[in-house]
Design a protein around this ligand. Sequence first.
Ligand SMILES: [Zn+2]
Ligand SMILES: [Zn+2]
Length: 253
Amino acid sequence: MRFASLGSGSRGNGTIVASQTTNLLVDCGFSYKEALHRLKRLELEPTDLSGILVTHEHGDHVSGVETLANRHSIPVYASRGTWIEIGANKFKNPMYINALFAIRDIEIIPVTVPHDAREPLQFVFSCQGIRLGILSDLGSISQGVIDGYQDLDAISVEFNHDKEMLNTGPYPNSLKSRIGGDFGHLNNWQAAEFLRRIWSDRLQTVVACHISETNNDSSRVRRALDSVIEHQNVHSLIASQSDGFNWIQIGTS
Ligand SMILES: [Zn+2]
Ligand SMILES: [Zn+2]
């Protein structure tokens, strides 16, 4: 398996998860034109996509999904609650996620997360024994999340904000409480603690994603990341809003 990002952060998200024969897009928070441009950077066309998975209805995850999916007849997968919020009737191929399912050779395990959306999901992908976790937009770490993300080979996890920068930053108090609350977003140290809870010897790749441009900076993310992985032979990187990250190979297939 391999994965890559079209961009990551509150101005738009999109992650590609791929096997040798299948490309899936998780979320599309970019305009159609911008999504095409970003797909091209990864040498992909919309017709290469076998499905789009939507984690939840927030604009930074869904704003580009309808146009991309309908213009190219790409099936879209989301929870019942997410479909109610985004309007299943606007889509040619709405698919409802209830439990574990597969798209071609990639198995997808949905995990419920604490976030202020109708029925938000995040996903663990599995193909030929390789397991990749995608995890963003959650305000706290539930036992279900810890259980769901065990035994991974790679993970992309939200390091949204630095607690001090959020508290002293420019956002209004109501937004600060939303972001810092149990149904908002993970701060750097919550993300690091989560990694400690799911750590195993097979974990090779850790990506820090959905980083706030206002309430975080890369040195603080790096410090939190390194507190977990400093003595281990693990590839780690920080995803950006403008470029996401380029293809990362996991395992050999
Ligand atoms: Zn988001
Ligand atoms: Zn969200």
